[in-house]
Design a protein around this ligand. Structure first.
Ligand SMILES: Nc1ncnc2c1ncn2[C@@H]1O[C@H](COP(=O)(O)OP(=O)(O)OP(=O)(O)O)[C@@H](O)[C@H]1O
Ligand SMILES: [Mg+2]
Length: 456
């Protein structure tokens, strides 16, 4: 059992057998004033729960000895006030639903980010970021947004301009460009900054779950609805609600959302009574919603309703001036995290600015996460920078093989590669490959790969 005691605002138990993930969660918690205890299996978790009271337990679903659901049940029996968050693998949404019905506070779908963990801690305990981590904290002009390009300046100005109002904002841009960073900066610049900031990822959940997530439900609304539960709209009251990947929302839910945006009222599932809320809505999308409207996949009226102000975050390749400051930022960040000191050589910087960054800022960040760890000396040179190019790996696999490769095998590898590249989002993958989601699902079934939920 590794223990890290600090004076702080709450106590958290982490149950995770993968040491890398465990350290990652610990590092995120260490950005707060909370105390963290971590264990590697369910049995040790039960012992820890017997010994001490926790405010929050974050457990992986599949941990050795006693699984996450059993840990949840044990906590609910011994420490009913303690919130439990379950980490689940991508595609195992049924387990997440089961956990929620058994009283879990929330669940985290892997891979999750440090921000996801901080958001959960904030909702359960409320936390203060530690003073020494404040260099990245947002300020009122959106300076958490790093970059010196003309487009980033423009976005900063837009944020300052629209932050005080309640207007709905639509943030468009390719994957990894920083849409969420823009949404965060907007929230921080607004007078709602002390108020709840609730995020819902519309792509990660099946339709039925999005509906109960958004609007909440009454006791008995469906099997397993044991208690009245507030939805995200209600939780966001007086604050901001971010609807992430709104382009993935079904037409049925789009109609419901439109009504809520128009009337500011909604009903919990299983209730006839309407609830009124004061919520600023920020929606993000990596699809061209205008095009989606043309294809009848997105409601025109909802599009107009959301598109009061649009912020388009351009791809990193078209604002290369942002690369050096972002690179320095990520270098600092990972050096601090790994407690090392490294600098960047001129040829490394040139390699970074020459590259096209299909995965945008996220890919740049990942590049530094690795480079800081793999570089032996003090200077990161061009050779230490490796860009993850799944398609190049695929190409090498297909053409350097000794044996002939069948079309069937090539197709399978292409589909699996594209899936990985599109963060396992089936809609995006199908779009990229020029096939329908249905065909993609059939192919995955054929390969014996997990097909997941309808909308994931
Ligand atoms: N301008 C920026 N300054 C600092 N960090 C940034 C900036 N833009 C992006 N990042 C970092 O890059 C990563 C990806 O950003 P973010 O999650 O906001 O992208 P996104 O556009 O929402 O991606 P997706 O479409 O996949 O949801 C995050 O870790 C974020 O902190
Ligand atoms: Mg995002």
């Amino acid at each position: 059992m590794s223990e890290d005691r600090k004076k702080g605002c709450g106590t958290i138990l982490v149950v995770e057998d993968d040491p890398v993930v465990r350290r990652f969660i610990e590092a995120a918690i260490n950005k707060t004033d909370c105390q963290v205890t971590s264990v590697g299996d369910g049995k040790a978790a039960l012992t820890a729960i017997d010994k001490e009271k926790y405010d929050l337990v974050i457990t992986d679903l599949k941990v050795p000895a006693v699984n996450g659901i059993k840990v949840l049940e044990y906590v609910k029996k011994r420490q009913p006030d303690t919130s439990v968050v379950i980490g689940t693998a991508f595609g195992s949404i049924e387990n997440a639903v089961e956990a929620m019905r058994k009283g879990a506070f929330d669940y985290l779908t892997k891979p999750f980010s440090a921000e996801d963990i901080l958001e959960i801690i904030d909702r359960v305990i409320g936390y203060k970021r530690r003073q020494n981590n404040n260099s990245q904290a947002a300020s009122s002009d959106g300076s958490s947004l790093i970059g010196v390009s003309h487009s980033t300046d423009h976005i900063r100005n837009l944020i300052t301009m629209i932050a005080p109002s309640k207007t709905t904002v639509l943030i468009e841009g390719e994957t990894g460009v920083g849409k969420e960073v823009v949404a965060d900066a907007l929230q921080q610049a607004s007078n709602r900054r002390e108020k709840p900031f609730i995020k819902v990822n519309c792509a990660a959940l099946p339709d039925t779950l999005v509906e109960s997530e958004l609007f909440g439900f009454e006791k008995g609304a469906f099997t397993g609805a044991h208690a009245r539960t507030k939805g995200r709209f209600e939780l966001a009251d007086s604050g901001t609600l971010m609807l992430d990947e709104i382009g993935e929302m079904s037409l049925h839910l789009q109609a419901k959302l439109l009504r809520v945006l128009q009337s500011k009222k909604f009903e919990r599932l299983g209730s006839g009574q309407s609830v009124e809320v004061d919520v600023r809505v920020v929606a993000t999308t990596n699809r061209d919603l205008k095009e989606e409207v043309k294809q009848n996949r997105f409601r025109k009226d909802l599009y107009f309703r959301l598109n009061v102000v649009k912020i388009t975050v351009p791809p990193l390749r078209s604002r290369k001036d942002d690369i050096p400051p972002l690179a320095r930022h990520f270098l600092d960040m990972y050096c601090r995290e790994n407690e090392v000191k490294k600098t960047l050589s001129q040829d490394a910087l040139e390699k970074l600015t020459d590259y096209d960054w299909p995965g945008n800022v996220r890919e740049l960040q990942n590049t530094f996460e690795k480079a800081v760890v793999v570089t032996p000396g003090e200077t990161i040179t061009a050779e230490n920078l490796h860009f993850v190019d799944e398609y190049r790996d695929l190409f090498e696999y297909l053409f350097s093989s000794e044996d002939d490769i069948t079309i069937h095998e090539a197709e399978k590898q292409l589909i699996l590669t594209s899936l990985k590249r599109n963060s396992y989002n089936k809609t995006k993958t199908a779009d990229a490959l020029g096939i329908t989601v249905k065909t993609l699902r059939n192919k995955l079934k054929e390969y014996g790969e997990p097909v997941g939920e309808e909308n994931s």
